[in-house]
Ligand binder design. Structure first.
Ligand code: GDP
Ligand code: MG
Length: 299
């Protein structure tokens, strides 16, 4: 082991916030790679994904959480919420993300989950959308009154604004200690998991309103063959009618989904990818605890 620079800090940072505030965008931006899927629809992140950022003087291990869900009471959502609470018990700093000028009951619910015995830093995201910057200061004051945040930092995850400041702020609240992961690593998620996330993202981007919530992806086979990866994935849906939509006329939709996912995989893995995707019906998967467990959720 090489010597660790004096003053080096490291720790776990949970990114929490109601759906759609920009948590995944922020994580990807900070870590510099597409490791958490982003979509304009809420609740596309279902698993905890770690992004690792190693700088000269710190290592931040980010934990992306699923958006705290209150809309539905199914087994899937119960599992999602439990996962947020568990994550918060386990980190050094909670990074709470809200949207600038949009603070609602969902945000308040997230704050109720925070542990008062450790620092919470508030990132006010999407400041690029605020036309009248004069409205930001009162919003910051209002946020400061809603919870004893250690610090408040305005950012734009999408434009990359305020992120240096955010990193320095988080670092100040981490304990001194050596890196927790190999500094060359960006994530501890497996390539197999990343492949399923990239495919799932395409479902969110390319299918209509409700359908993506009724689908899930399982990677059945992931084989390294030199500079080729052979990946076999199954998209599970709830009903035959949904299967027809995912496949599309003459298979066009599925072809588009698979080819976009393949391109993202090739970019991320830096190899050729042979991707084979099937669509299968499994009734009630999203309210079936056994199925969820087999997919790796905490239920
Ligand atoms: P999550 O559900 O909290 O993980 O949110 P996502 O990262 O999936 O982002 C939700 C939506 O907000 C996406 O359409 C993003 O492109 C968008 N978004 C995220 N950050 C910003 C930002 O700083 N500015 C703007 N204008 N949009 C953003
Ligand atoms: Mg997300």
């Amino acid at each position: 082991m090489s010597a660790i620079a004096p003053g080096f800090r490291s720790g776990y940072v949970a990114i929490v916030g109601r759906p759609n505030v920009g948590k995944s965008t922020l994580l990807n931006r900070l870590v510099g790679a597409k490791i958490s899927i982003v979509s304009p629809r809420p609740q596309t992140t279902r698993h905890r994904v770690r992004g690792i950022l190693t700088t000269e003087d710190a290592q931040l291990v980010f934990v992306d959480t699923p958006g705290f869900q209150t809309l539905h009471g199914g087994a899937l959502n119960r599992a999602l919420n439990r996962s947020v609470v568990r994550t918060l018990e386990d980190v050094d700093v909670a990074l709470v993300v809200v949207e600038a000028l949009r603070f609602n009951a969902g945000d308040r619910q997230v704050m109720e989950l925070l542990k008062r015995d450790r620092p919470a830093i508030l990132a006010i995201n999407k400041v690029d959308l605020v036309k009248d910057k004069g409205l930001l200061l009162p919003f910051i004051q209002q946020a400061a009154e809603s919870y004893p945040f250690a610090e408040i930092v305005p950012i734009s995850a999408e434009k990359g604004a305020g992120l240096e400041d955010l990193l320095a702020t988080i670092r100040r609240h981490l304990p001194e200690g050596p890196p927790l992961y190999d500094p060359g690593e960006m994530t501890d998620a497996s390539e197999r998991f990343l492949a399923s996330e990239l495919l799932r993202e395409k479902l969110f981007r390319l299918l209509g309103e409700e359908l993506p919530y009724a689908t899930t992806v399982v990677v059945e086979e992931f084989k390294d063959e030199g500079d080729l990866k052979r990946i076999h994935a199954v998209i599970y849906v709830e009903k035959d009618s949904q299967k027809a939509i995912v496949i599309g006329r003459k298979g066009e939709k599925l072809k588009e989904i698979a080819s976009q996912a393949r391109l993202d995989m090739e970019r991320l893995f830096g190899t050729k990818v042979f991707l084979d995707v099937w669509v299968k019906v499994r009734r009630g998967w999203s309210d079936d605890e056994r199925m969820l467990k087999s997919l790796g959720f905490d239920v």
